[in-house]
Write a new protein. Sequence first.
Length: 236
Amino acid sequence: MVELDNDSALVVFSGGQDSATCLAWALCRYARVETMGFDYGQRHAVELTCRAEVLARFRALRPDWDKRLGQDTLMSLNVFQQLGETALTHDVSIAMTKSGLPSTFVPGRNLVFLTLAAAQAYRRGIRRLVTGVCETDFSGYPDCRDDTMKALQVALNLGMEARFDLRTPLMWLTKAQTWELAHGLGGAELVALILEHTHTCYTGERGLRHPWGYGCGACPACELRAAGYAEYAGKL
């Protein structure tokens, strides 16, 4: 069985609010933290530019985070475009489908992301896999659910004969509680960083600056983020 470092973590980092909060969470807990992102032909590819800026600003925010933050890997993964149209990989409208899920659902996306993250962690000797999936304030994606994550951890450990620990710090948090978590981890400075520099909007809109950050304001991601920030700000 491969030996994995118990005090290390690999964060699946998109450049959005949730993954940025998870990165801060990991940096407050583990001595070595690496990041991994995916270019899968997403229509909101601006997040790939944002993620590099966010990583640089994380390093500048706290010297101890700079010391702990290690290698970043960005993988090219355009197979999802080849599998068929979704509102995240093609210029189609965002709407509910016959399956009961929004057209932004990319079947298998998180399963593939975490399988590749585990393969990277295996080679890097990293035990903890951290992802920002959540089934509290979410769009109903089945690959974000706690049962899915538990089953995936079992499959990854069996398939790689390893002892990965899949961590989902946002699983049972509302979006408002995610903002509160970010504040608790890095104070007002981290909240400001997330507001100004992360990207969560599905349409890739960076022209409109709202109280809760940049976005179109109408897609499911923006609606969840806006409502969560309003609830969070109302408690300040």
